[in-house]
Write a protein that binds this ligand. Structure first.
Ligand code: NAP
Length: 291
């Protein structure tokens, strides 16, 4: 049996749907029945949505009963390390054989863990898992293409993609591609003791990202480089938690320090997944990008 945590989140939800579409039975750990029903996870064939908090308790132990392989995802919150390390300990106690840790690609490209808290936390969780006992695999995607959907309001209102990314390049990956890899890895196993980095097929400047969104929506969008101060104020005004905004500030400094992004498609190749280009992604989400 397979268990996916973080199943109501951006990546977890897509991975659980991919499992269901491929008739791979699995359990989805969710924090509230209301969310399971709002996301439709409780209606997917072959998916058992089970309530439980990863930080422990009888419900989560029951959810792990008979589970051999786990996909470990939780939110980018200050307690991520404690939540995931505690869950790894539970996996060891109940005899889970293989834990796939959903991580980030920054470690593989030399982000300084002392400078960016998510690189630091992911590395500490990876280290904890490697020492814990169950077999492990680290799935390390780069920036999700889907993060650009969060910029829809200024793009549809002003025709502007306003980000503090100067002229740097990023190689975002579609979550759909990650979901296909995760589904095949959870279903077939293998790749134990491997770190599977994933990026999208192109390193793009924000001018190129804006061009591709314009082409897909048929509405002009141009990239406007802004200062971190302006971005920070906009994020806080939109309700983003202050600690998350601080983390994004750290990530920005690391990105500006390493302005070129690599393209790494070995994981796509190993799992037979065709890389989704940003142009294709933008066409698929053209309605959402149009607001
Ligand atoms: N954003 C990117 O571009 C990017 C790129 C590479 C890697 N990543 C990494 O990818 C990971 C997942 O990101 P995401 O955007 O998919 O996350 P997300 O949308 O924030 O989802 C997190 C999920 O974890 C669940 N969760 C958190 N704490 C829990 C707990 N104690 N018990 C049970 N469930 C819990 C949440 O449940 P609720 O719905 O109940 O809150 C939610 O389902 C993060 O570690 C992030 O660092 C992100």
């Amino acid at each position: 049996m397979i268990l996916v945590t973080g199943a109501t989140g951006l990546s977890g939800q897509m991975i659980v749907r991919e499992l269901a579409q491929n008739h791979v039975p699995a359990r989805a750990l969710i924090r509230s029945a209301r969310k399971a029903s709002a996301t439709g996870l409780d209606k997917l064939a072959g998916i058992d949505a089970i309530e439980g908090d990863m930080r422990g308790g009888d419900d989560v132990k029951a959810a792990l009963g008979g589970v051999t392989r786990v996909l470990l995802i939780s939110s980018g919150t200050p307690d991520m390390r404690e939540t995931q390390c505690g869950f790894i300990d539970l996996c060891r106690q109940v005899g889970v054989q293989h834990v796939v840790k959903f991580s980030g690609a920054e470690s593989g490209v030399g982000f300084d863990p002392a400078m960016f808290r998510f690189t630091r936390m992911h590395e500490e969780i990876e280290d904890h898992l490697e020492a814990a006992g169950p077999a492990w695999t680290h799935l390390r995607p780069s920036q999700f293409m889907q993060v650009y959907l969060r910029e829809t309001s200024t793009m549809s209102r002003d025709g502007e993609l306003r980000l503090p990314l100067a002229d740097i390049e990023l190689a975002p990956v579609a979550i759909e591609d990650i979901a296909k890899v995760a589904c095949r890895l959870l279903r077939d196993g293998g790749h134990q003791g491997e770190s599977l980095d994933m990026t999208g097929p192109e390193a793009l400047t924000m001018h190129e990202v804006a061009e591709r969104i314009s082409a897909a929506t048929g509405r002009p969008v141009r990239y406007v480089p802004i200062s971190w101060d302006e971005r920070r104020r906009a994020l806080l005004a939109s309700g983003a938690p202050a600690d998350f905004v601080d983390a994004l500030g750290e990530q920005l400094q690391e990105r500006l320090r390493r302005p070129k992004s690599r393209v790494h498609l070995a994981t796509h190749d190993a799992f037979g997944v065709r890389p989704t280009s940003f142009a294709e992604f933008a066409r698929t989400y053209a309605r959402a990008f149009s607001g």
